[in-house]
Design a protein around this ligand. Structure first.
Ligand code: SIN
Length: 282
């Protein structure tokens, strides 16, 4: 991963850390992106798993939606606050009156409770606290690769439930979202999934949504799940991204987890997120 990637010496991607992430410069996401540029970005996305586009201006909602759509159809979050007139935009906003963070303080893969969980998420932050408000990411390929062959064999056949009612109910009440009609999906997914583009295997359980491994007793399931999430959250698989105003992060939910650090209250942090639909994990 320690290589510099560049397209015509214009768009450049350099590693954020040896283990995960790429910093992208030389592309203005508010302008139309050519087919060649898009192919280069997709390639970098598959290689680095999370891209940080720097030196950006604030991207209007419509343009962010179109940008997201160039990677696939967009997902509408079943419970989170969306932007008036733009249901595809999940507004990230915390400020002095917030009692809880924007809902992502534990490591997770976005909406993994869906039957077809999202491929990726694009978040641009326009208002940043003076300090703090980082986002952390983990590399789920590396976490898988480090397991013993015996453990890989054991996990390979297992499926786990990913549920959402315990997260979504009441979560966004202070942001004016009523619980009454929200959907709380739950789905059974393989514990180890194969990435549809790279063919690499990754662990696919997380501390937020994954509740039980099918076919194991409650004690067996919680012990194995605890082992797995502790393993995946080891420092050696992690990065912690310090945002600049208007950076756009684009992460792959199929091979990373992330969590926001809420260490900046009462300062404000605000941005917009679009989420790209994915396929059924196999
Ligand atoms: C999220 O989990 O989508 C939000 C991440 C962040 O606010 O840094």
């Amino acid at each position: 991963m320690n290589e510099l990637k560049s397209l015509n010496n214009k768009i450049k991607v350099k590693p954020y850390s040896p283990n995960l992430g790429g910093v992208v410069t030389g592309v203005d996401l508010s302008k139309e992106i050519s087919g060649t540029e898009l192919a280069f970005i997709k390639d970098a996305f598959n290689q680095y798993q999370v891209l940080f586009f720097q030196e950006q201006s604030e991207i209007p909602p419509k343009i962010q939606i179109n940008l997201g759509k160039s990677f696939g159809p967009l997902h509408v979050h079943p419970a989170a606050p969306t932007m008036d007139g733009y249901p595809e935009i999940f507004e990230i906003h915390t400020h002095k009156d917030s009692k809880i963070s924007n809902g992502s303080e534990r490591f997770h893969s976005d909406v993994s409770c869906d039957e077809e969980p999202p491929l990726g998420t694009m978040l641009q932050l326009h208002i940043l606290p003076e300090s703090g408000g980082d986002t952390m990411f983990t590399n789920m390929y590396m976490a898988y690769d480090d397991l013993s062959e015996k453990m890989k064999e054991f996990l390979d056949d297992l499926h786990a439930w990913h549920e959402s009612a315990h997260i979504y109910k009441g979560r966004y009440k202070e942001r004016g979202v009523s619980d009454k009609d929200i959907l709380c999906p739950s789905s059974l997914h393989p514990v180890i999934r194969k990435h549809p583009e790279t063919g690499k295997k990754a662990i696919f359980v997380n501390r937020s949504f994954t509740t039980k491994i099918e076919g194991l007793t409650d004690t067996e399931s919680s012990n194995i799940l605890n082992f797995l999430v502790d393993h995946c959250e080891k420092l050696k698989y992690q990065i912690r991204y310090r945002w600049n105003k208007n950076d756009m992060a684009f992460w792959d939910n199929r091979c990373t987890m992330h969590r926001a650090v809420w260490d900046y209250h009462p300062m404000e942090r605000k941005g917009r997120r679009v989420t790209i639909k994915g396929d059924k994990p196999v």
